[in-house]
Design a protein around this ligand. Structure first.
Ligand SMILES: Nc1ncnc2c1ncn2[C@@H]1O[C@H](COP(=O)(O)OP(=O)(O)OP(=O)(O)O)[C@@H](O)[C@H]1O
Ligand SMILES: [Mg+2]
Length: 491
C-alpha cells in the first residue's frame, strides 16, 4: 500500500504531467482529471461528458475508446490519420482500464506523444511534400477525384492544360466538368471493364477533355481506380493535350502529300514534254501543208471548209502542246521586274467583260507597298487567268471573288490570295487538282491542264501555291513568290 507521502507525490506527478489525463465513468462522464493550475477550471471539466469536453460534441463518438475499455477491460488507442497534402495533425488518445472494486473506469490520456512520433510525422510530411512536388512537376496533367467527383489532386500541368487554377479546382470543380457531357461516365465504364489495360485501369485512351472555356480538346489518358480493400475510393488520371501532336502529324501528312505531288508532277512533266516535242513537228507540217493547199488550189467551197476545219483543229492541238510545254517548263521564261498588282488588274480587266463575271462581286485588296518582283508577265497572266476562270466556274457566275496581295512578314516573299464563294473542292478531289488532265468539268468544257500549268509556272519561279477549300465557304488559292530572283536581297 502507498503511504500518504507517496500518494501525494503521485498526485502531484499526475498534475504536473504535461498531457491531459481524464478518468471516465461508464456513463462517459469525467469523474477526475489532472489540472493545470494556470489554465484549468475544474468546474468546466468534472461532470462533463467526455465527448463534450474532448470534441465539443453533443453525441458520444461511434468508436469511443473509453467505452470500449470499460466494456472489455482492455486498453485502446485512437490515432487520427494524417491527411495527404493538407497535413492534419491530430492528437492521439489512449485509454486504460482502472478497476476499483466492482467499478470499472477508463483512464484516457490525450495528446500523448510516443517517442519518435514527431519524427514519423516529420518524415510523413517530408514524403508528402516530395510526392506533392513529384506530382506537380509531372509534364502530364494529373487529376484525382473521390467517387463523388470532388477533385483531391490537381497538379500545375492540369491547371495549364485546362485553364482552371489549382485552388479553384480543389474547391469547386467536379471531375465531370473536365470532360464534355457523357465522357466522364464513359471513362468510368471503361475503367470498370477490362477493355483497355485490365479492370480498374485505362491505358493510352484517346478521349476528349474540356477546358475552362468549354473548348473540347483531344487528350491521351492513362487512368486508374484507387481501391481500399474492395471499395472504390478514388480515380486518378494522367493525361496530356494532343492538340500539338495532332497538328504536327497533320502538317507532316500535308508535306508528304506535297512531296508526292511534286514527284508525280516532275515525272508527268517529263512525259508531257516528250510527247509535246514529238507532236510539235508533225503538227507544224499539218498546218503548213493545209495552208498551202488553201492558197495553191482553187478548191470547191465544201473542200475549203474541210481544210479550214483541219487547220482550226490543228491549231487547237498546237495550243494544247504549247500549254503542255509550258507546264513542263520547256518554254523560255522572260524574267522582268513585274508589278503584281498591275498584272492582276490587267487580267481582271480582260475577264470582267465576259458574261460569266456579270453577277460576280469582285473585291480587291492590293498592298500599295508591294515591291516589284522578277517574274514572267505572260506566264503570270496565265496563272491569274486560270485561277480566276476556275473561281467563276465554281461560283457558276454568282458569288464573290476576293483578291488580295501582301508581303509575308517572316520571309522574303510576297503573297497573292484569290478566293471564291463557290462550290468548294471535295476532300477526295483536292489532292488531284494540280495533276495534268484532271478535270471535273464535262467533255469539251475543261482540259484539266489549267492548274497543272499554274503549278509548273509558280514552281519555276521558285514560288509555291497552296489551296484551302471547304464546301461551305468556297476555295482560296494562295501563291507566294520570291521578292528577289535568288531569294536573297537584291544587289
Ligand atoms: N476555285 C475552284 N473551286 C472548285 N473547284 C475547283 C476550283 N479550281 C479548280 N477546281 C477543280 O480542279 C479541277 C482542275 O482544274 P484545272 O483548272 O486544272 O482544270 P479545268 O478547269 O477543269 O480545265 P481547264 O482549266 O484546263 O479548262 C477542276 O475541274 C475543278 O474540279
Ligand atoms: Mg481551269
Amino acid at each position: 500500500m502507498r503511504n500518504e507521502k507517496e500518494k501525494d507525490l503521485l498526485l502531484k506527478a499526475v498534475d504536473g504531467y504535461r498531457r491531459r489525463l481524464i478518468i471516465v465513468s461508464d456513463e462517459q462522464k469525467i469523474i477526475a482529471s489532472n489540472y493545470d493550475r494556470d489554465t484549468d477550471n475544474p468546474d468546466e471539466i468534472i461532470g462533463k461528458f467526455c465527448y463534450e469536453f474532448i470534441y465539443n460534441c453533443a453525441e458520444p463518438c461511434a468508436d469511443c475508446i473509453a467505452r470500449r475499455t470499460i466494456e472489455t477491460r482492455k486498453p485502446y488507442n485512437h490515432m487520427e490519420y494524417i491527411g495527404f497534402k493538407r497535413v492534419k495533425k491530430e492528437r492521439c488518445r489512449y485509454s486504460y482500464p482502472i478497476e476499483d472494486g466492482d467499478e470499472i473506469y477508463s483512464a484516457v490520456v490525450m495528446d500523448y506523444e510516443e517517442p519518435g512520433i514527431r519524427e514519423m510525422e516529420h518524415q510523413l510530411r517530408r514524403s508528402n511534400a516530395f510526392l506533392h512536388n513529384l506530382i506537380n512537376s509531372a509534364v502530364d496533367g494529373v487529376i484525382a477525384a473521390d467517387m463523388n467527383g470532388k477533385i483531391i489532386i490537381f497538379n500545375d500541368a492540369a491547371a495549364e492544360i485546362t485553364g482552371y487554377t489549382v485552388d479553384y479546382a480543389l474547391e469547386h470543380l467536379d471531375i465531370r466538368r473536365a470532360y464534355p457531357s457523357g465522357v466522364a461516365e464513359e471513362v468510368m465504364r471503361l475503367l470498370r471493364s477490362d477493355e483497355y489495360g485490365g479492370q480498374g485501369k485505362l491505358k493510352g485512351y484517346r478521349a476528349d477533355g474540356m477546358n475552362k472555356d468549354g473548348h473540347v480538346m483531344p487528350i491521351s489518358l492513362n487512368a486508374a481506380i484507387v481501391y481500399e480493400g474492395d471499395n472504390e475510393v478514388a480515380t486518378i488520371g494522367f493525361f496530356h493535350d494532343l492538340r500539338e501532336i495532332l497538328e504536327m502529324q497533320s502538317k507532316l501528312r500535308k508535306t508528304q502529300i506535297q512531296l508526292l505531288q511534286a514527284e508525280k508532277m516532275s515525272s508527268l512533266g517529263k512525259l508531257a514534254a516528250g510527247v509535246a516535242h514529238q507532236l510539235n513537228n508533225p503538227l507544224g507540217g499539218i498546218m503548213l501543208f493545209a495552208k498551202l493547199i488553201l492558197e495553191d488550189y482553187n478548191l470547191p467551197d465544201g473542200a475549203m471548209e474541210d481544210i479550214n476545219r483541219i487547220l482550226r483543229d490543228a491549231q487547237r492541238c498546237s495550243d494544247t502542246v504549247k500549254e503542255l510545254l509550258e507546264f513542263a517548263r520547256q518554254t523560255r521564261r522572260e524574267m522582268q521586274p513585274l508589278d503584281i498588282n498591275k498584272s492582276l488588274s490587267r487580267t481582271l480587266f480582260l475577264l470582267e467583260s465576259q458574261t460569266i463575271f456579270h453577277n460576280i462581286i469582285i473585291q480587291c485588296n492590293y498592298d500599295p507597298n508591294l515591291p516589284v518582283i522578277p517574274a514572267d508577265s505572260q506566264q503570270m497572266n496565265h496563272v491569274f487567268m486560270n485561277i480566276i476562270l476556275n473561281a467563276a466556274d465554281a461560283m457558276d457566275g454568282n458569288g464573290k471573288l476576293s483578291i488580295s496581295t501582301g508581303q509575308v512578314p517572316e520571309n522574303d516573299r510576297i503573297f497573292i490570295e484569290i478566293s471564291d464563294t463557290g462550290c468548294g473542292i471535295p476532300d477526295h478531289i483536292l489532292p488531284h487538282i494540280f495533276e495534268p488532265f484532271f478535270t471535273t468539268k464535262g467533255e469539251g468544257k475543261g482540259t484539266g491542264l489549267g492548274l497543272s500549268m499554274v503549278y509548273g509556272i509558280i514552281e519555276s519561279h521558285g514560288g509555291r501555291i497552296t489551296v484551302e477549300s471547304d464546301q461551305e465557304n468556297g476555295t482560296k488559292f494562295r501563291i507566294e513568290l520570291l521578292k528577289h530572283q535568288d531569294g536573297g536581297p537584291q544587289s
